[in-house]
Design a protein around this ligand. Structure first.
Ligand SMILES: *Cc1c(COP(=O)(O)O)cnc(C)c1O
Length: 410
């Protein structure tokens, strides 16, 4: 690989950007469908989609048209005025959630969706300030969402927080039920842990959480920021268990690459936020809403929920011939036990595939929902040699757990 342009951008990044991300290994300059191109002109099959964001892949004509039309018409109104796209999007979201009377707060990303959820909970359950969330969960980086996040290393430097959060082992229904009492304002759960490596709970876990909340008068907040909008083959992953959440948060895939988040409040929580309680200058921005409408329309029009379900099952079976796999739909993790996930990420990249080691033992796949069968198969076919290359790199000590955050740092 000629390295000139990419290393120039990496050096400039390294000199000026905050240190929080380290220096990324690639500079991506364009994309089309499930393919992206880097600054050196090399193409990759994108099996990560900007962390489950580019739901329709790159430069999808429906998103390009919707965004272009809207930006040419009116790009921003503020929430002092109605913008049509926000209303249309909220109506669509309530429709696909299927819970009448739901109210929608639009924001800019995942963490702000969860902040809105926290404030809605505090309004809906005055006098209760305790939350229950899961160990190894991820809910965002702003202080409220970070308080919920079950990663001690991410939380510790910034504690204490303004809300009290009890963390319980994910998937353990008894531990959850024991932690929920009449001081609990809400339980906040991902339907499957995303950042922790696509870890589904046992069947019945979300129903058990629903029951524990109902028994204690607590609210159930389902964080669908990564799992929602078709990722698992359903509009929302929790719908598969037939439960109704009090609050659902969305972001990532919703905007098809444009920044948008949403907090959907159902039942009595729908009326909890009062005038003046919350706001966002950019929230519900018309351009971002136009993109989200294009995403939802295209998923519906092109039958992508069925496509995700069918292709996900086939792909998972293909991959499982080579390696352990968990997850559903187009949201899978390759599972290893020897800490080689970062080396697999690097070897896959060298072979032309973008994947993501969420930790030492899981490689996340979250491709665009428009992934074709041929593209899925191409990766499954390449996997044995990728694993061989990764094993070679591990044995010579060339790749360590930091690889994904700077393995090719100049
Ligand atoms: C990514 C993510 C968030 C945070 O979203 P940001 O847009 O990065 O703020 C919250 N919850 C879950 C489940 C996520 O995957």
């Amino acid at each position: 690989m000629s390295d000139n342009t990419a290393s120039m951008w990496q050096q400039r990044w390294d000199a000026v950007m905050a240190r929080n991300y380290g220096t990324p290994p690639l500079t991506l300059v364009s994309g089309s469908g499930c393919h992206v191109r880097d600054a050196d002109g090399r193409d990759y099959l994108d099996l990560l989609a900007g962390i489950a964001v580019n739901a329709l892949g790159h430069a999808h004509p429906a998103v390009v048209a919707a965004v272009s039309e809207q930006v040419a018409r009116i790009a921003h109104t503020s929430n002092l005025y109605v913008n049509e796209r926000a209303v249309e999007l909220a109506e669509r979201l309530v429709g696909i959630l299927g819970v009448a009377g739901t109210r929608v707060f639009l924001c800019n990303d995942g963490t702000t969706a969860n902040e809105a959820a926290i404030k809605t909970v505090l309004r809906a359950r005055p006098g209760r300030r305790r939350f229950v969330a899961a160990e190894n969960s991820f809910h965002g980086r702003s202080l409220g969402a970070l308080a919920l996040t079950g990663k001690e290393a991410a939380r510790a430097p910034f504690a204490p927080f303004g809300i009290e959060v009890v963390h319980v082992a994910y998937g353990d229904a008894d531990a959850l039920a024991n932690a929920v009492d009449d001081h609990t304002a809400a339980v906040v759960l991902e339907p499957t842990l995303g950042e922790a490596g696509v870890v589904p709970p046992p069947d019945g876990y979300l129903q058990a959480a629903r029951d524990a909340c109902d028994a204690a008068g607590a609210l159930l907040v389902i964080d669908e920021i990564q799992s929602g909008i078709g990722r698992t083959g359903a509009w929302f992953a929790h719908q598969r268990e037939g439960i109704v959440a009090d609050i659902v948060t969305l972001a990532k895939g919703l905007g098809g690459g444009l920044p948008i988040g949403a907090c959907l409040a159902t039942g009595d929580t729908a009326e909890a936020l009062q005038k003046g309680d919350h706001g966002s200058t950019f929230g519900g921005n018309p351009v971002a809403c136009a993109a989200a409408l294009a995403v939802i329309d295209t998923i519906e029009k092109d039958g992508l929920l069925d496509h995700v379900t069918t292709l996900g099952e086939r792909w998972s079976a293909q991959l499982a011939r080579t390696i352990g796999v968990r997850g559903r739909g187009l949201w899978l993790a390759l599972v290893v036990t020897d800490g080689s996930a970062p080396a697999i990420e690097v070897a896959a990249r060298d072979a032309g595939f973008l994947v993501n080691a969420t930790g030492p033992d899981a490689v996340r796949l979250a491709p665009p929902l428009v992934l074709t069968e041929a593209e899925a198969t191409a990766f499954a076919d390449a996997l044995p040699s990728i694993l061989d290359a990764a094993a070679g790199a591990v044995s010579v000590g060339g790749v360590n757990a930091d690889a994904s955050a700077g393995g090719t740092r100049p």
